[in-house]
Design a protein around this ligand. Sequence first.
Ligand code: ZN
Length: 235
Amino acid sequence: MKNSIIPCNVIIDMLPLYKEKICSDETKELVEEHLRSCENCRQLYEELSLPAPKNETAPSEAETFKKVGKKLNRAKFYRRSLILILAVIALINAAWLKLKFFPYKDFSFGMIEYDTDEGKLYQELNGNYYYNVNFPNYLDFFSGKLYVWKSGNYIDNKVTELRIMPRVTGDVKYAVTIMTDSCVYGIPITKSLEFDPSGYKVHDNDEKMKQLIIENRAEIEELMNAAQKKWGEYL
Ligand SMILES: [Zn+2]
């Protein structure tokens, strides 16, 4: 008998091929013949033919799903991050336009434009006063300043230059720059021409600054009025 010639082990080796129908007709016949007469191999074949237990396929499906899900989540995360970044940039841009660009556009209206190392400078001689606008740099909330000085006010016994800066950042609304032979003083002042140390470090020379305000009070007042006249509605 043929089945006695072919050992079970050989048939068992061929069972997967037979099951998948990827064996030759000869092999098929041999296997079928053997299975008809061999209870053990038949049982083995039947077990092999049972649908694979669920817990073998389920995790792989779940895993695939998980992987796809992870990829989708990552894509979603990147997309959301990008949208968030763009929104923040748009917001900063809008804030800069509102707080810096448009006001400075108004401050410099009708003035002559100069390109300097520190960006765009707008200047105008109006009556006795030079009006200057240092235009703020793009997206820079701390750059940009205004100042006024009096035409021809460069030579004096003590003060070689005095200029006023309205709209200084922070709480300080005005500052006056007084240039003496030895030093340049940037002095924060209130609208009523008092020394205003708020937001500034208190210096050793506070008394000197107060003294300079008193000495130059008339001129500071004059420049402050000029600034008010020019930009008052914005200050
Ligand atoms: Zn057998």
